[in-house]
Design a protein around this ligand. Structure first.
Ligand SMILES: Cc1ncc(C[n+]2csc(CCOP(=O)(O)OP(=O)(O)O)c2C)c(N)n1
Length: 382
């Protein structure tokens, strides 16, 4: 095991001065250390592809960037890696965590990406190696990686197995402070006081088991499952940010009378904001998009998202949702759900919540394909 400071300090000596990326629970100590360490710059971004493109820009501006993400996000990074970093010959360093490393059991959404991670990098001509545990070997690896990536003028990936970095708890602010110019005016609707679980319970109890509920990646699915596992639920355990697009596909092709409720997160919504554009454009009248906004990636350790400068309700409105509002109290949420279930949508409900998750929190015990089969049979399509 090695302490995250070993990597950052040695990296600084080699000129690495900028860290960017998207969190992963395996990266928690590492990413938390970089957020806290004021001597290196940490830029949290919305998805892994954006982080690669940002790092390319920063390199051109004279920085020496490191991009950190989970191998789930390698899919998001493929296009900017092969058609931006490669043709421009940009020497980036990538730290990619290795969920579902062969031989180590992990969640089903990582089952395929785990074994193919090294060969995915190799196929994209990104030289790669597995991060060792021993501190001296880590320093040598860094020397080699920086040298090779500079010599080849290409990205170089360090694949990080589970549990090799000592834990490090965040001491500073998880949420990056907003710029004075980026202040929000319309979101100041009183303090948030509900938790994710309160919202999920209220929605399940109010809307019953005839509506479709599509849950986003992370704690939302787990809390939904913990409160009530039911055939009308679809847990989108991978493809973070994809839940509203799945919801759109469902809503567009199910009868108008079947309401489709998407439970989204702020990190997930920011990761794939295209869904809001498409929902606004295609106008599924039966879609209710609920965004649970705690301003952090709570599921991976509480790192801040960019949501504290984003007026989601105004974005939804500008995208063309029929109605959009921001709420923070149970009564305002109930009222919004009443309107959404009796009138035509698409409806967007931004719910400002406080962090907090019950512990222990179970994970869906059914495999994703078993949930799919149960769900299709609930819809009468199997
Ligand atoms: C493409 C991809 N990148 C990163 C992750 C790791 N990950 C899982 S859940 C999560 C955080 C989700 O944040 P948010 O939507 O705000 O929900 P919260 O955790 O706060 O409930 C992250 C980063 C992932 N699963 N997939």
């Amino acid at each position: 095991m090695f302490h995250p400071s070993l990597f950052i300090e040695h990296g600084r000596q080699l000129g690495l001065d900028l860290y960017t990326g998207v969190p992963c629970s395996f990266l928690k100590p590492f990413i938390n250390y970089v957020i806290d360490d004021e001597s290196v710059c940490y830029v949290p971004l919305t998805n892994e592809g954006e982080a690669i493109a940002y790092a390319c820009g920063a390199y051109l501006a004279g920085k020496r960037p490191v991009v950190m993400f989970q191998n789930s996000g390698l899919g998001n990074a493929v296009n900017p890696l092969v058609s931006l970093a490669y043709p421009l010959r940009i020497p980036l360093l990538i730290i990619c965590t290795w969920r579902a490393q062969p031989g180590i059991s992990d969640e089903p959404q990582h089952e395929l990406m785990g074994p193919i991670t090294p060969s995915m990098f190799s196929l994209m001509e990104v030289a790669n190696e597995v991060v060792p545990e021993e501190p001296k070997a880590v320093q040598l690896m860094l020397d080699r990686a920086v040298l090779k990536s500079q010599q080849n003028s290409l990205p170089y990936a360090l694949i990080m197995p589970k549990g090799i970095v000592e834990s490090y708890a965040l001491t500073g602010e998880a949420v990056p402070s907003r710029s004075p110019d980026g202040r929000l005016e319309t979101q100041e609707l009183g303090a948030a006081h509900m938790r994710r679980g309160d919202v999920i319970r209220l929605i399940c109890d109010m809307l019953g088991e005839d509506v479709v509920i599509v849950g986003t990646t992370g704690y939302t699915n787990r809390e939904l499952f913990a409160y009530r596992d039911s055939p009308n639920h679809l847990y989108i355990v991978g493809a973070m940010g994809g839940a509203p697009s799945v919801g759109l596909g469902l809503a567009a092709h199910l009868p108008d009378t079947r309401k489709v409720v998407v439970l989204d997160g702020d990190g997930a919504a920011l990761m794939r904001m295209e869904a809001m554009a498409s929902i606004g454009h295609f106008q599924p009248s039966n879609l209710i998009h609920v965004l649970l906004d705690n301003q952090i990636h709570e599921s991976t350790g509480g790192q801040g998202t960019l949501s504290n400068t984003i007026a989601f309700d105004r974005i939804a409105q500008a995208c063309g949702y029929k109605r959009s509002q921001s709420v923070s109290s149970p009564s305002a949420l109930e009222q919004a759900l009443n309107v959404a279930s009796s009138e035509k949508g698409p409806t967007f409900i931004h719910v400002r919540i406080i962090p907090g998750t019950p512990s222990p929190l179970p994970r869906p015990t059914l495999k994703p394909h078993e949930v799919k089969a149960r769900f299709m049979s609930f819809l009468g399509n199997l």
